[in-house]
Design a protein around this ligand. Structure first.
Ligand SMILES: [Ca+2]
Ligand SMILES: [Ca+2]
Ligand SMILES: [Ca+2]
Length: 186
């Protein structure tokens, strides 16, 4: 008798699962782990299912989540990936039109663009106007350090057509600057 009851329960549970009735009408069910989650959490960039299934195969993303286009569908990434200086995936729009940057990122003052904090004072100009390389090391706030000579030059000498650092660094290693150097050595 005990065995028959168990069988009946199994059949009832099985029917329930097959009908997709495990979750209330305002919730959806994760396919693998069978968790229920609010319908509005589908494609909001925050994973409710253990395998993140609720963020795959989206038509669009909600609540500021970032769309990553795969070959045939969109995956949504958390809104925190916006304006953090790292492109969420190839072609993602999360680093466009950034007027405010994520707390761990630096805004290029004259551009609507953010760069990772680790790009500050790393010897490579990430902002077009070298803003991320000003005021580094022993130099003043409006000065740039030349990476080879370790001299400080004023910001108004950046991209002014003169090779002030000596290695065309302050001219963005431009072709014109290198050509100018060749003429001097010729
Ligand atoms: Ca990003
Ligand atoms: Ca830099
Ligand atoms: Ca210069």
């Amino acid at each position: 008798m005990q065995r028959n009851y168990s069988l009946i329960w199994l059949v009832i549970i099985g029917l329930h699962v097959a009908n997709g009735e495990n979750c209330p009408s305002d919730e959806l069910e994760c396919r693998i782990d069978k968790q229920c989650y609010p319908k509005e959490n589908r494609c909001n960039g925050i994973e409710d299912c253990h395998d993140g299934e609720d963020e795959y195969e989206c038509d669009a993303c909600n609540g500021g989540a970032v769309p990553c286009r795969r070959s045939s569908y969109v995956k949504c990434l958390p809104s925190e990936t916006r304006c953090d200086g790292i492109m969420a995936c190839q072609g993602a729009p999360d680093e466009e039109n950034c007027t405010v940057c994520n707390k761990n990122a630096f805004k290029c003052p004259k551009e609507e663009r953010c760069i990772q904090e680790k790009r500050l004072c790393d010897g490579t100009a990430d902002c077009n106007d070298f803003a991320d390389e000003l005021g580094c090391w022993e130099c003043g706030a409006d000065e740039l350090i030349c990476p080879f000579s370790l001299e400080c030059i004023h910001a108004n000498k950046i991209l002014d057509g003169n090779n002030d650092c000596g290695e065309c660094y302050d001219e963005g290693y431009s072709e014109e600057c290198f050509n100018g150097m060749l003429i001097i050595f010729a």
